[in-house]
Design a protein around this ligand. Structure first.
Ligand code: FES
Length: 128
């Protein structure tokens, strides 16, 4: 059995994501939403609500949760899990912050084309 090393992709500066806001990282497998909390933690989830596919990047960030704009499910940013009584999970991507820069981890199953982070002008520096 072989364990592959995670692939860390630089996506943007932390400040490219507004506090209590979001940015979208386009990916050929589907958009990834980046969330920044009031305490400057950054989380990344597939930009697709586990309920009926609402864009989580359009939701409201509070604490370490986001409220989906369509039907107000609360999604835990740390796990991607819907908060009870709702049940479901948005795909989560590990995030690392190093010297104010945000990196996402992709495994081999996530290879694809990565676009630029929206609006802020921050660029992804590599394709995985
Ligand atoms: S699509 Fe998100 S709560 Fe319904």
């Amino acid at each position: 059995m072989t364990l592959s090393e995670p692939i860390w992709l630089h996506v943007c500066d932390v400040d490219a994501i507004p506090r209590l806001g979001t940015r979208v990282l386009p990916h050929s497998s589907g958009d990834i939403a980046l969330f920044r909390t009031e305490g400057d933690n950054v989380f990344a989830l597939r930009d697709k609500c586990p309920h009926k596919g609402g864009a989580l990047s359009q939701g409201i960030v509070h604490g370490e949760k986001v409220t989906c704009p369509l039907h107000a499910w609360n999604i835990d940013l740390r796990t991607g899990e819907a908060c009870a009584p709702d049940v479901g999970c948005a795909q989560r991507f590990p995030v690392r912050i190093d010297a104010g820069e945000v990196y996402l981890s992709f495994d081999e199953t996530m290879c694809g084309e990565v676009g630029e982070v929206d609006e802020a002008g921050a660029e992804a520096t590599a394709a995985v």
